[in-house]
Design a protein around this ligand. Structure first.
Ligand SMILES: [Zn+2]
Length: 297
């Protein structure tokens, strides 16, 4: 009886923690605050503040590694950011690098990583098709680092597949969760200048910040990276994205377009079933990709 009670209590405690991790997010606000710890050199920047389950929380970027975490505000000590100190950080350098080509409509932002290993990014745009289980089966068994570019529209339609990706991120795979917008609207046959996020009536706040809220409410920590739907953007929208502390992520190896991976490539494939030719090309290039090695973003 005692053992059964203990098991029961463990289930209750786990349930409470799971609910806490998925509680509704409120008052979601962009901020830009210096939350560096006084005991360490590492520069850390809070880019969002919000309430979850009545607790004040922050999304924090470590300026040297670009890794993100969610922390209780009471555990942080934040102050107004000193722009001159921030300008010396790696985070600031990458934001500036990403801004350099922001005027171009296609494939703006960072397209390569500064090393031999490639980064493997997988776009999960809205889709009615089954996801690429063949690819994810491989990724799980290979324990490959992945950048998963998530849309809320895909996640809401494929909850069990999203649950599998979350489980992989806890157990086998280093997953960087890239914001790929909430709705990711697209109209076939419409010119890029009026398509994707450039479509009339697009609410950029809802697409970008709303997708972060979707991630956090589903127990996912958003990374510092944003992937534009279709890799299509405008100067005005990129300026807003950079101002929110996000790094736009392009690609120099969109495999379905016949671009071959090179050392340091940010590889782009689709894991949502909409571009099977990219998955075929991925397996065709796999030996070469493994020779470069796959690293995290
Ligand atoms: Zn997409």
């Amino acid at each position: 009886m005692g053992k059964n009670l203990l098991v029961f209590l463990i289930i209750i405690v786990n349930t409470v923690f799971t609910l806490a991790a998925t509680a509704k997010v409120e008052n979601y606000q962009p901020v830009f605050l210096d939350c560096s710890r006084s005991d360490a050199q590492a520069f850390a920047v809070a880019i969002r503040q919000f309430q979850q389950n009545g607790v004040a929380m922050s999304l924090v970027v470590e300026a040297n590694s670009l890794k993100t975490k969610i922390a209780r505000q009471q555990d942080l000590s934040c102050k107004q950011i000193n722009r001159e100190s921030f300008a010396r950080t790696y985070y600031s350098q990458v934001l500036q690098q990403a801004a350099a080509n922001k005027a171009q409509m296609a494939n703006a932002g960072v397209r390569r990583v500064n090393r031999e290993q490639v980064a493997l990014t997988v776009d999960m745009c809205p889709s009615s098709k089954a996801y690429e289980s063949r690819f994810y089966d491989w990724a799980e068994s290979a324990k490959a680092a992945l950048g998963v570019a998530l849309t809320a529209a895909w996640g809401m339609r494929h909850p069990s597949e999203l649950a599998r990706l979350k489980e992989m991120s806890k157990t086998t795979n280093d997953i960087t969760w890239i914001n790929h917008s909430y709705y990711h609207r697209y109209r076939a046959g419409v010119a890029n200048a009026q398509n994707f996020l450039l479509m009339d009536g697009t609410n950029i706040d809802a697409e970008v910040l709303g997708n972060e809220v979707f991630m956090i409410e589903n127990g996912i920590v958003p990374s510092v990276y944003f992937r534009f739907p279709g890799l299509i953007s405008s100067d005005g929208i990129i300026t807003k994205i950079l101002g929110w502390g996000l790094i736009p992520l392009g690609s120099d190896a969109w495999l379905a377009k016949g671009e071959a991976p090179k050392a340091g490539s940010i590889i782009l494939i689709h894991g949502n079933g909409n571009e099977p030719t990219g998955i075929t090309a991925f397996f065709r290039h796999l030996n070469q990709i493994l020779r470069f090695g796959i690293g995290s973003l």
